[in-house]
Design a protein around this ligand. Structure first.
Ligand code: SAH
Ligand code: SF4
Length: 375
């Protein structure tokens, strides 16, 4: 069943009109959802019961059930949710000097399969519905309301599990809902979408006429290195990716962020920094590089670059006129990197299942033995 959070305001109005109801009820319902952040239909006290009953029949309220909430020392909080089909997703809440951001998941698993990424280990099971993405924001807003400090989600990063441009329509619908003046009204400039580089979708995104920030996971300055860690680069090599990015910049006049995870011995040498600076030279004013210390994942051999290598890389970029920053880490001790909590949870679940099976087998064989003795 779809969630009520999947509907845009227009769709809500159409739905009401179909039922012979007044469209202004849509505004009222949206106020309950996005201004009062209610947790159930029954809290919508000015909506007639007949409408609520029909809503309940057609739309689930929140499709999320919490499994785990983990809080790190820096207050970064990670939520593991179970969806209606029992799939697991994760969402991260982060505190910054400029506000509170939420990192959302857009797919169950990811088909892009980058070698360094925990999410890429699990092939895509399905795309998330727009409402399943909106619900992550609303759950966290309600969590903040419970803390009673008057805090509000102010920024969104679409950087959780999944490739957002491989679930383009739902992600766009999600953005329009949370950005809507009558919804959460989160400013487009406060929303960042990160893609592994699906060139045709970058071109499409450039034409959407929304002021959302675009981040591209570059991670390497040449095809050889990039293809060795991101197989998507074979489909959309750097030349094609950059053509799409130029088009995006040309059409939107917006800055592009390049994410660059620093992996020891793979992409962190001085020659990589020089090559990266050359690659970005034609767009220097509009390019911004985020150097991200790699978060090691149990399932692969990659290690984080040393502090010295990161500092040397940063200095070289700066000397060559590239705007860049080393991204501060959030929630280091709670496995806050993309997909890590989920993969850790799944691992534990598998191990538990294996232990249980072993225990069952042991009991069975004991029972058999006892039986044989009796016989
Ligand atoms: N699929 C999209 C968005 C989700 S990943 C994308 O790839 O851009 C968000 C960012 O986290 C990407 O830049 C990704 O490369 C990075 N990332 C993935 N695993 C990581 C890890 N273990 N440590 C640090 N960054 C990681
Ligand atoms: Fe998918 Fe992004 Fe992870 Fe690559 S880095 S596997 S695109 S989630």
């Amino acid at each position: 069943m779809k969630s009520i959070y999947s509907l845009s305001l227009d769709e809500m109005q159409d739905w009401l009109e179909d039922k012979g109801e007044k469209p202004y009820r849509a505004d009222q319902i949206w106020q309950w959802l996005y201004r009062h952040h209610v947790a159930s239909y029954d809290e919508m006290t000015n909506i007639p019961k007949t409408i609520l009953d029909q809503l309940k029949q057609e739309f689930i309220f929140s499709p999320l059930r919490t499994q785990i909430i983990q809080k790190a020392q820096d207050q970064t909080t990670k939520f593991l949710f179970e969806l209606q089909d029992h799939s697991m997703i994760e969402t991260v809440l982060m505190y910054h000097h400029y506000g509170i951001s939420v990192c959302v998941t857009t797919q169950i698993g990811c088909n892009i399969g980058c070698k360094f990424c925990a999410s890429g280990l699990i092939p895509k099971v399905r795309d998330l519905e727009a409402g399943e993405i909106v619900a992550q924001i609303m759950f966290i807003q309600r969590y903040l309301n419970q803390q009673a400090k008057g805090e509000k989600v102010s920024h969104i990063v679409v950087m959780g599990i999944g490739e957002p441009f491989d679930n383009y329509d739902n992600v766009l619908q999600f953005i329009r809902i949370v950005n809507s003046d009558k919804g959460m009204a989160i400013g487009a400039r406060h929303i960042t979408v990160s893609t592994s580089g699906l060139a045709p979708k970058i071109r499409q995104f450039a034409r959407e006429n929304i002021q959302v920030n675009l981040a591209v996971s570059l991670h390497a300055p040449n095809n050889e290195t990039r293809s060795s860690i991101m197989k998507i680069n074979r489909q959309y090599p750097i030349e094609e990716l950059f053509e799409a990015i130029y088009e995006y910049i040309h059409l939107t006049n917006r800055r592009v962020t390049f994410e660059y995870i620093m992996i020891d011995g793979v992409n962190d040498r001085p020659e990589h920094a020089i090559e990266l600076a050359k690659l970005l030279r034609p767009m220097l004013k509009l390019a911004y590089v985020n150097l991200i210390p790699y978060n090691p994942v149990a399932e692969n051999p990659f290690e984080r670059s040393s502090e010295e290598n990161i500092a040397r890389f940063y200095d070289l970029l700066m000397q060559n006129g590239v705007n860049c920053v080393v991204r501060r880490e959030h929630g280091k001790e709670i496995e806050a990197a993309c997909g890590q909590l989920r993969s850790q949870y799944e691992r534990q679940r598998r191990e538990k299942r294996a232990r249980r099976t072993k225990e069952e087998l042991r009991q069975l064989s004991q029972a058999r033995k006892a039986n044989q003795v009796q016989n």
